[in-house]
Design a protein around this ligand. Structure first.
Ligand SMILES: Cc1ncc(COP(=O)(O)O)c(C=O)c1O
Length: 397
């Protein structure tokens, strides 16, 4: 048996999405910029997809820019908005828990003499309105705060945060790569100027995404070329990929609500089993612990994350993989050393616990039987690895 629990890394393509794409990899090969019939058919497919993506986030079709994925959308949003709106404003605010697709362009701007503020998060992984209010300055140009965190699943109060940013005259971008297609991401309700999303996180193909750019917001392109100078994203369109993104957006519009109910129940089953088995000093939840009434809107239905005392996250991922389960750790392996997750460190976890994070991210094809087996195997893996660990402390239970 092989069971996949790493849907925040990527998801399988839905058959309906693949079927929509295949003609554009076979006979419908026109260039969407050509004026002849095959070109017009490709253009029509791209525009249909644009409308489907717009519908997913309640935007206008002309507010959708296709990109090569979440990383490009984040870079285009941050670098493009800052460069187009250069003024006396030299300050950018983001958070300590962003994906590197946001942190690295911000760092690059820091090297170009912009001032960058990294907001902290509370112990549940939330950015507080107070910390943003305190950080905002008269020269703040852009605030970029992610919608849902890829490691903890914490959902930030974006509409409230965006309202504060706007009061200060700043633009607001949100990285919705982990939320779009899984929960409602209505750009009006969120009140954002820019929003990034990526097809492969919601049952679409890899290497294609979109940036929502609110009407009237200026953006400088990162790439140059194409028919019209200054096009936001020039180059021949990835027609099959864009069609796949559109089909995935359409599929999500139909299914995400029901899927979330089913997926949340499976996630809760994992969490209650692990917390019943181990004491809190052995098994530390890295997801927001909230009252039931609050939790639905503040956590992704599909993401759970634990650190296990005395156990290395990577060792757990490898042991689970050998047993047929694909999970992940937030830690990035670089030059032979496993760095603790910057997200878990920001939550206040010790470096040891931040290296021990195990992320389980569920999807629409996971079953009760898979979850039962995962829990059984995970309990066994944690016990075995702790028995071998010189750092393992005794449970007080
Ligand atoms: C929150 C977040 N932002 C951005 C990205 C990058 O997206 P892509 O893989 O499409 O470049 C990811 C991917 O893991 C992500 O989780």
């Amino acid at each position: 048996m092989r069971a996949y629990f790493d849907h925040n890394a990527t998801t399988p393509i839905e058959p309906e999405v693949l079927d929509a794409m295949l003609p554009y990899l076979r006979h419908e090969f026109g260039n969407a910029s050509s004026i002849h019939t095959p070109g017009q058919r490709a253009r029509a497919a791209v525009e249909r997809a644009r409308a489907q993506v717009a519908a997913l986030i309640a935007a206008l079709p002309e507010e959708i820019i296709f990109t090569s994925g979440g990383t490009e959308s984040d870079n285009l949003a941050i670098l493009g908005a800052v460069r187009a709106n250069r003024s006396s404003r030299r300050h950018i605010i983001t958070t300590a828990i962003e994906h590197h697709a946001v942190l690295h362009p911000c760092r690059a701007l820091g090297q170009e003499s912009f001032d960058i503020t990294y907001l902290p998060v509370d112990q549940h992984g939330f950015v507080t309105a107070d910390s943003l209010r305190t950080a905002l300055r008269p020269d703040t140009l852009l605030v970029s705060i992610m919608h849902a965190n890829n490691e903890t699943g914490a959902i930030q109060p974006i509409s409230e945060l965006a309202a504060f940013a706007h009061e200060a005259g700043a633009l607001f971008h949100t990285d919705a790569v982990q939320s779009a297609g899984k929960i409602s991401c209505d750009v009006h309700a969120l009140g954002v100027d820019l929003l990034s999303l990526s097809a492969h996180k919601f049952y679409g193909p890899k290497g294609v995404g979109a940036l929502f750019l609110k009407t009237g917001v200026a953006l400088k392109p990162l790439l140059h070329g194409g028919h019209n100078f200054g096009e936001p994203r020039p180059g021949t369109e990835n027609v099959a990929g864009i069609v796949g993104l559109g089909a995935a957006a359409h599929f999500a519009t139909k299914h995400m609500q029901n899927d979330a109910v089913q997926i949340r129940a499976l996630r809760d089953q994992i969490e209650s089993s692990m917390l019943a088995e181990f004491s809190r000093e052995i098994c530390l939840p890295n997801f927001p612990l909230l009252h039931e009434a609050q939790s639905d809107g503040a956590r992704m239905p599909n993401t759970t994350n634990f650190s296990f005392q005395g156990v290395d996250g990577e060792a757990m991922v490898i042991a689970l993989d050998l047993a047929g389960f694909s999970c992940s750790t937030g830690s990035a392996c670089s030059s032979g050393t496993v760095e603790p997750s910057h997200v878990l460190l920001a939550l206040g976890r010790s470096p040891q616990m931040a290296r021990g994070g195990l992320r389980i991210s569920l999807g629409r094809h996971n079953t009760n039987a898979e979850v039962d087996s995962l829990v059984r195997v995970l309990i066994d893996v944690v016990r075995r690895l702790r028995a071998l660990s010189p750092d393992a402390v005794e449970s007080v239970r």
